[in-house]
Design a protein around this ligand. Sequence first.
Ligand SMILES: [Zn+2]
Length: 145
Amino acid sequence: MVKTHRSYTVDEAARALGVAKGTIRRWLKSGKLSAIEGLRPALILGRELAGFLDKRRKPKQSCALQECYCLTCRAPRETAGGMADITLHANGGGNLRALCAVCSGIMHKRVSSATIPALQTILDVAIQQASSRIGKRAFPCPNDH
Ligand SMILES: [Zn+2]
């Protein structure tokens, strides 16, 4: 693990993070990671590295449009069979419910009304009104090849 009180060369940083040296250099170049100024070869402060690692470890877990975050898998997953149910809320937007393609667990995610048409092009979406218990497939997938 990264020790915050020491400095790391590119080589050591790569090993500590389990990435290629080229990756560290790229991060340094792009400013994602900063080295101690004026030193050649580059030395990275341990706490800089630890902070970077921390940020990377907690990504926003943003899912692709057709994915939901599966609490069982603890990862964004595609929906089983490309199917999803969306319950529309009266105030716009909705709640998408689908089965995880990997573990078949139920996944939920909030969707905005703006993304629903896009979802319909990639998923077989069944739209339900929040008020009615019986959903009907109001919008069949338009791209039915
Ligand atoms: Zn899952």
